[in-house]
Design a protein around this ligand. Structure first.
Ligand code: TXA
Ligand code: MG
Length: 300
């Protein structure tokens, strides 16, 4: 039995499978099995009104999980799927409220990783799942990170190597006109604007997706954000305790790819403060800054 066969068998048996995607690792269960969905929430320690994304193999399947499928979602899928983008659409009748956290909309995504594509194709159904970390922690970008966070609570871990993009998918609410970008990602506002020929709206504050509260994506050490190396140095000298500077440089794809691993390392090194040099606030830089702002937010 291959590892993909083992993953499919586990899904059919109502068990949990950690799967690689191009963004971060997911913690998946059969979207048609409410008991399996309940165990995703239990293992993750996540409130049950925070909806899960349903992962599908093909663009054609979008119409089976949405009713109706908005034209904007279809256009964006033709342009960017499989890839790091999630569409919020009106849910089809069969989609369980356990998956959507009681909402009438469902998040649908077609991930690009070949192992997960093979799993989804063989499984045939939808795989519902959040990022494979405990609630409130940084998303895992390697199979080892998944095991450190979830250990024995996950039945199968498909190891697909380090995630290429490294930050979560762009979430686009396709039920509004213009569409609304609820979470930024590697599919940028600029890219969406070109495909739809309209400027997406960009809420900040209360209309954000549930589960995107300030303390998300946070390492346990304090995070301070600065604009350049000089500012970082002065701050490091002024701060008490153990601090280090993270300055990934101008390659934004490399910045996103490394970010969560570096945040996890900061905790392993037992730092009091990680001082992070922000990227410019454009394109993928804006998506990185959204995560950094959360990592730096005061803890409750
Ligand atoms: O890249 C990704 O999107 C990864 C990989 C595994 O696909 N998944 C991921 O899932 O980041 P999660 O659950 O950690 O984050 C999804 C976010 C949550 O904040 C959730 O509340 C929001 O999307 N969301 C999902 N469905 C929604 C819905 N129907 N309405 C509003 N927000 C929704
Ligand atoms: Mg998450």
């Amino acid at each position: 039995m291959t590892e993909v066969d083992a993953a499919v068998a586990a899904l059919r048996a109502g068990k949990l499978v950690a799967f690689p995607t191009e963004t971060v690792y997911g913690l998946g269960a059969d979207a048609g099995n409410d008991e399996a969905i309940a165990s995703v929430f239990a293992v993750k320690g996540r409130p049950t009104d925070h909806p899960l994304i349903v992962h599908l193999a093909t663009i054609e399947q979008l119409a089976q999980w949405s009713d109706p499928l908005p034209a904007s979602a279809h256009k964006l899928a033709e342009a960017f799927s499989p890839g790091p983008i999630t569409f919020l659409v009106p849910k089809a009748a069969h989609v369980s409220l356990a998956v959507t956290g009681g909402r009438r909309t469902v998040g649908l995504r077609i991930p690009a990783h070949p192992l997960t594509q093979a799993m989804l194709t063989a499984f045939g159904g939808g795989v519902a799942g959040p990022s494979a970390n405990r609630f409130g922690r940084v998303s895992p970008t390697t199979a080892a990170d998944v095991l450190l966070d979830l250990g024995d609570d996950v039945d199968v871990v498909l190891d697909g190597g380090p995630c290429e993009v490294g930050i979560e998918s762009t979430i686009v609410d396709c039920t509004t006109s213009p569409v609304t970008v609820l979470r930024r990602g590697a599919i940028t506002m600029e890219m969406i604007e070109v495909v739809l020929d309209e400027v997406p709206s960009d809420p900040s504050g209360p209309s954000r997706a549930p589960g995107m509260m300030a303390s998300h994506y946070a390492p346990t050490c304090a995070v301070r954000l600065v604009d350049d190396w000089n500012e970082a140095e002065s701050l490091r000298v002024a701060l008490p305790g153990r601090s280090a500077i993270l300055d990934p440089g101008p390659d934004l794809a490399a910045y996103a790819h490394g970010l969560y691993g570096w945040l996890r390392d900061a905790d392993r090194r037992d730092l009091d403060t990680l001082i992070v040099v922000r990227p410019p606030n454009r394109g993928l830089g804006a998506a990185i800054n959204e995560r950094l702002a959360k990592a730096a937010a005061p803890r409750s």
